[in-house]
Write a protein that binds this ligand. Structure first.
Ligand code: UDX
Length: 432
């Protein structure tokens, strides 16, 4: 099939490369000419395991191409995917739809033959109706349809998530569109993925509901971890035993720092905003948002307490600063609250992350990037394992730090505490 992905960010690029790998002709479009030129040379703008190889391979075989000429890309395609950003608006919690709606206008000017427009951007329920209305001002409804196809890709695991999704959700009541999209996904369906055809509005809401539910699971276990710390119980035991109940399920029950990333914080805010517009109170999701905000404060207090509230000139080392492992994404990472806070309190901070130096910290005093783990740890009063990179799972801290007495705060519970605890090393985990 001939597809184009409008927007070559995370969703558009990963999905485009994966669709081309399934044998389709895919054009990835972006208005950022520099990005397009780099992609043509095989330079990938994001860190995502396996993506570079996938892009290069499919580009070489001419199934995948890059352009900033959106009109040409639409004209050449039967299926047009909208994959642009929907960030939180600056002045309120609603999703900013300006990019989606402006792409809809451009599409409306370039439809001359049958097209299926598929929205992959995360958008509030009823956005598909708006896109359809914009296009139908210029184009006869008989030659286009607008469907919703939310993505559920996790950063760091996106290629595997694309190829082995639990479910593929297509929101459309148009039989032709449903048939064509089902056949586009047939290589994945035949490997066992479930295909769900629902209403367009239903598909839009499924995306937000799923993310809000996962955020709820995480906040739930994070709050229980607080109780475990007070009652000397181990959150790991609670998670495992709870998760074995099939009605609950074990995934997304890992206690840690406040959840972050480009989706959960933004999408929980946006669904509450949508519900407000429809005069519906999503009190549980509101509590989750509050709980996650409180968690950031709670962990700042916990770090301060580990340092006995004497922060000035203390050396704190952060191992990992991204919001999770296997990504270079810093969006809403809890490190972006912790590092500035302790820098302002007079601590000396070094951080190491496998994805390198971060601009987010460049304006903060006494915050240094270390190019390796040893350099980051050496001399530290407190080592914080902030992100669960594999590189940090079996470190010998006594060899890495020449300081006699120091603490390790393992915010992802990746270490076996019995092994770390020594006379001179104090170990702290989450909920244990
Ligand atoms: C998420 C959704 O999982 C994905 O389906 C959606 O399409 C995009 O948003 P992503 O943001 O890439 O994906 O990361 P995810 O693995 O879901 O983690 C989000 C946050 O939750 C991270 O901060 C992570 O550390 C945290 N988390 C996740 C936990 O604290 N505990 C867990 O058990 C799982």
């Amino acid at each position: 099939m001939k597809l184009c992905m409008i927007g070559t960010g995370y969703v558009g690029l990963v999905s485009g490369a994966c669709f081309s790998d399934l044998g389709n002709d895919v054009i990835c479009v972006d208005k950022d000419i520099d990005k397009i030129n780099k992609l043509k040379k095989g330079i990938i703008p994001i860190y995502e395991p396996g993506l570079e190889e996938l892009v290069k391979r499919n580009y070489k075989s001419n199934r995948l191409s890059f352009t900033s000429n959106i009109s040409e890309a639409i004209t050449k395609s039967n299926i047009v995917f909208i994959c642009v950003g929907t960030p939180t608006k600056k002045n309120n919690n609603s999703a900013d739809l300006s990019q989606v709606l402006s792409v809809a206008k451009i599409i409306s000017k370039n439809i001359k033959s049958q097209k299926i427009i598929v929205n992959k951007s995360t958008v509030p329920v009823t956005t598909g109706d708006k896109v359809e209305k914009i296009i139908s001002k210029k184009v006869n409804k008989k030659i286009f349809s607008v469907a919703s196809n939310p993505e559920f890709l996790r950063e760091g695991e996106a290629i595997n998530d694309f190829n082995y999704p639990d479910r593929i959700v297509i929101g459309t009541s148009n039989k032709r569109a449903n048939k064509i999209l089902k056949s586009l996904y047939s290589p994945l369906i035949s490997k066992g993925s479930k295909y769900i055809n629902t209403s367009r509005r239903g598909a839009e809401l499924i995306k937000y509901a799923s993310n809000a539910f996962l955020a709820t699971k995480i906040s739930f276990i994070n709050e229980l971890a607080n109780l475990c710390e007070k009652t000397n119980t181990n959150i790991e035991d609670i998670s495992i035993a709870m998760g074995l109940d099939k009605r609950i399920g074990g995934r997304f029950l890992r206690a840690g720092p406040a959840y972050g990333g480009s989706c959960f914080p933004k999408d929980t805010r946006a669904i509450v905003d949508t519900a407000n517009q429809f005069k519906t109170n999503l009190s549980i999701i509101k509590s989750v948002i509050k709980s996650n905000e409180n968690r950031s404060k709670l962990l700042l207090n916990r770090i301060s307490a580990i340092l006995k509230n004497r922060i000035k000139n203390k050396k704190i080392c952060f191992l990992g600063v991204t919001f999770k492992a296997n990504t270079d994404d810093m969006r809403e990472s809890s490190s972006t609250k912790m590092i500035p806070y302790f820098s302002k309190k007079g601590a000396k901070i070094t951080y190491y992350d496998p994805t390198g130096y971060k601009n987010e910290f460049k304006n903060f005093k006494n915050v240094y990037y270390a190019s390796n783990i040893k350099e980051a740890c050496n001399g530290a009063d407190l080592i914080i394992i902030h992100t669960e990179w594999n590189d940090f799972k079996s470190l010998n801290f006594e060899k890495l730090n020449n300081k006699k007495n120091f603490s390790v705060y393992d915010m992802r519970n990746i270490l076996q505490n019995e092994k770390i605890k020594k006379n001179n090393i104090k170990y702290f985990g989450i909920g244990r």
